[in-house]
Design a binder for this molecule. Sequence first.
Ligand SMILES: [Zn+2]
Length: 482
Amino acid sequence: MGCVTGRRRTAHLALPLALALTLGGCGTVVDWPARVPEATVPPEAVGSAPQVPAAVDEGLRTDGPAPTTEGSTGKEPTEEPVVSKVSGLVPLGREDLADLAAELDRALTSGDEEEWIAFFDGDEDLLEQQRRWFRGVQAVPMDVREILPETVVSSDTPEGTVVQLVLAHQISGADPVPAVETYRVTVQRPPGGEPRITRMAGQDRQDGHPQLWDLQALAVTVTDDLVVLAPQGRESDVAAVLPGLESATANVFLDFDEGPRDRLVVQLADADDLRAITDDQELAVDPAGVAMTSAGLAERPERGEVGVTYSRDEHVDRIVLDLDLLPGDLTFGTPPGGFGLMRHEGVHAVVDGAPGVRPPVWVWEGLAQWYGFRRDYVLDDAYRAVVTGSSGQPLELPDSFDDYYYDSPEAGDLAYASSAMVFTFLEQRFGFETARDAGVGLTQVDGWVDTSDADALLGRLTGMTLEGLEQEWAAWALASYG
Ligand SMILES: [Zn+2]
């Protein structure tokens, strides 16, 4: 029975801060490591502080005023616009940015593509990219779709004024709060003219950029449980994999509390776009999938002001899967219970942990990996590799993100497998519900530094402490797979 072999797959990870990765389904080679789900990395309490870049990138800034978090030219507009000696342009201040954002927001809300495009001045690539973006963002069902002014990064560079704008967006039925995607934008205002945008890009790894609408012309599919974003032209592939995504999601919702959402947002991308969205250059392996979070919008600026505050505790979840890999799992029809990859990422998306709590990474990845692939015999091979690879040394659970995502594909395989094994052990000894409840419970207590809460939780469910669980698991693993 069959697993598709010969295709090397990666798993999905969690990116520190926001992503989690997963591994691919059935296959003799399972490379699961790859990304850190945001959920994997316990949401750090970023609190409500706006994240402001410390410096301007790419040498945009020369001798202009230093960027500040609030952004300011240091001079309020007077009667006569001051023309910059650096650029020959009129730099924008905070009020100008607030005005520009309000106009862009009106254009976005109007749905009139030409009105939006009129704010841009650049080559065909820029205009084409903006048309794609505008159509994509309009095509996704959203309760909130809004442009907000965040900050003036550098008012006076040779290319113009560099600012940050936020796309606040709440996808209908999926997002409990509006999410924030931040854009670093270059604006040029000639003397006597209107400001025009000449560049629009991401800012850093935590900005929620890029999303698939930044990269491709979108086709959007909405079902009871899913909002699926995919590139135009891939409709037949999307139709082929949709049942496996829906069935996986329905199972995740049934077995875990789906929380404040009715749907999961899934972006289907090719390997390049998946890598771009994951936005982590350090990954040791290309991911097959990833679960990420985007910060939620905490506060909007007052009218006429700039400044956006974020919340990491109130966030939204995004799943991204490799659309070129999934059809390979359909050789024998849609996998029972849906795609393992989607089950894995789905667990990351719905199991959010608790604000400020730091469980060990093996809890996040083990729970997701076990649930994703627990019906798949390929886990036995992966489990055997953990035991035989230990060369007689005592088995230990991996305790670093490097083991999963950054060291090597081989280390990642072993890390995912040994983590998942803990939950297989719990399931075999205590049943599915106890294994699941232990996993979910462990994501909500601090087991990394102080294990007393974890010990109490496990004691209630299994009679073991965390250390006892690790010892029992190791003994069971040797007896079962040695
Ligand atoms: Zn994962």
